[in-house]
Design a protein around this ligand. Structure first.
Ligand code: GAP
Length: 513
């Protein structure tokens, strides 16, 4: 087992063991690529959503939020292009009968080349120590240069073939690279075909009058169809944005990698409406703003990179992904797309209604252009969770499992632990919980020895433990333990709230953006 798959397996089992993510309907053996968030998972997910919402809506005078329905008029999806163009190229292996996304097979092949490059770099960094210059090594080491060129060429060809809808060439590429079925090793492939990813459903009681609907595959269209309503009722002036979080559904061909690619997932999207001709500067600006949002969580600059798209979606004139280093390599976490006026113009055509803006400065009417930022909430959850999970060796040689969540996102912010279950310690501990719970998600735990309770909270990602002991009864002080440093300090109970606030107050985090 590679180190990567080993780490990823740990992520999945930790998520289950500590009440973060369960397979959906598990007692019926689960449903492929559908997951439930458990007691701690839902809190982490809510905190991520709040961190996004506050940064987008509360901190921008010109961004407002909505919550549109999942079910939309079916013509929406004709206008948006999803009926005709929301396809993935699929390929079947004739021996294993397994179905794959043809582009993902090629991308996985390239990821293996990139892993080789990374390994080469790590080896060299060890050899050269402080004098190692990664950029120079990448530019001059013949093996790294050759592998990098190979990876770039493959991705370029894949991008071009998909762009031209040349599915025969995608198959040819798979054959030339001798890519085999990951399950059986067979290289006996069918042709590549397109597969529409939308889930269909029906509205209405009787079979003959029922209307065919789709479960929305992106939240964005709920924003586009409400553009004029929001602009008029909110008296919004361009540029302005509409933000939304909510469920989206895709019948993914390859649904794997846990909550990375799900069939039911949640998006956090913001459509920024702008005058035509300004899309380039807004696109660049939103790329940087969104990267700063990620960096504000302190998960390491080296774990993010931009990937500008060669193959553009049917609606975009520029697109870039913010990729994150997941346990299985760098993969898309968020998309920033310059969507032109494609969506609004198309809805105008299909409805016959004008979705225009009168610009008093330009003294003209026009259909606004749009730059969107779109991030998967579940994918962000996986990024945070997998980054945070680690094994640490302590000074005494023992190990601890630590979930080093950015404390602003932690499901439980503080837990109060009476040293013993007697002598009035539980009563005082409960009193502290009752004071702190108004500001912070606070828990109480009295089971097991205190050392074991600390370990459990480390694995749950709780930033602070407060221990109530006999001294507490005498002088109203407690010990405050920091999850990351494991340092403990004696503090007055009355100072707890302000001490915790320094690390937990969302304002202190969002100000870093
Ligand atoms: N409105 C634009 C849009 O939907 P996208 O690149 O298809 O663009 C945006 O999706 C984000 O949604 C992705 O960057 C990813 O984080 C998330 N996402 C997409 N498909 C997903 C899936 N099947 N499971 C989990 N997250 C997904």
């Amino acid at each position: 087992m590679t180190q990567q798959t080993d780490q990823f397996k740990k992520v999945i089992s930790h998520a289950k063991e500590y009440g973060f993510v369960f397979p959906s309907s598990e007692i019926y053996d689960g449903l492929s690529a559908v997951y439930d968030y458990a007691q701690n998972g839902v809190a982490l997910k809510n905190n991520i959503r709040e961190y996004w919402w506050k940064s987008m809506v509360q901190l921008h005078e010109n961004i407002v939020g909505i919550d549109a329905a999942i079910l939309m008029h079916p013509t929406t999806w004709k206008a948006s292009g999803h009926v005709d163009a929301f396809n993935d190229p699929l390929i079947d292996n004739k021996v294993s009968k397994k179905r794959y996304r043809a582009d993902v097979l090629v991308e996985d092949y390239v990821a293996k080349i990139e892993a080789k490059i990374d390994k080469e770099i790590q080896k060299a960094a060890k050899r050269f120590g402080d004098s190692f210059d990664e950029a120079q090594f990448r530019a001059t080491n013949p093996r790294v240069v050759a592998n990098q060129e190979k990876a770039t060429l493959i991705l370029k060809r894949l991008g071009q073939s998909l762009e031209k809808e040349d599915l025969a060439d995608v198959k040819a590429l798979i054959e030339e690279l001798e890519i085999s079925c990951p399950d059986t090793g067979s290289r006996d492939w069918t042709d590549v075909k397109q597969f529409n990813l939308m889930f269909g459903t029906k509205l209405g009681a009787s079979a003959d009058t029922a209307m065919d609907l789709y479960l929305r595959p992106e939240t964005a269209q709920g924003i586009f169809v409400n553009y004029l309503n929001v602009q008029k009722t909110g008296r919004m002036k361009l540029p302005f944005g509409i933000a939304q979080t909510g469920k989206a559904f895709r019948n993914e061909i390859v649904a794997r990698q846990f909550i990375f690619r799900m069939r039911e997932f949640e998006q956090m999207e913001m459509q920024f409406f702008i005058p035509p001709g300004t899309q380039k500067e807004w696109y660049e600006q939103w790329k940087q703003t969104r990267l700063s949002w990620h960096l504000s969580l302190g998960m390491g600059e080296e774990n993010y990179r931009f990937h500008d798209h060669e193959k553009l979606a049917h609606y975009a004139d520029a697109a870039s992904d913010i990729e994150f280093k997941f346990p299985f390599g760098f993969k898309e976490l968020e998309g920033i797309h310059s969507r032109t006026d494609f969506d609004l113009s198309s809805h105008e055509k299909f409805t016959g209604k004008k979705l225009q803006y009168f610009d008093p400065e330009r003294n003209e009417n026009y259909t606004p252009y749009v730059v969107e930022t779109s991030i998967g909430l579940d994918r962000m959850f996986l990024a945070v969770f997998s980054w945070a999970l680690r094994e640490e060796t302590l000074e005494d040689g023992s190990t601890r499992t630590l979930l080093k969540l950015p404390s602003v996102l932690a499901p439980t912010k503080v837990v109060v632990l009476p040293l013993l279950k007697k002598d009035g310690l539980p009563e005082l501990a409960h009193k502290i919980v009752d004071t702190l719970k108004w500001e912070y998600a606070t828990a109480y735990d009295e089971k097991d020895a205190v050392g074991r309770r600390y370990r459990r909270q480390d694995a749950l990602g709780t930033p602070f433990c407060i221990t109530v002991d006999h001294q507490s009864l005498e002088d109203n002080t407690v010990t405050l333990r920091d999850r990351d440093s494991m340092q403990q300090e004696r503090v007055a109970i009355e100072d707890l709230s302000s001490l915790l606030g320094e690390k937990l107050d969302i304002k202190n985090w969002l100000q870093k953006i």
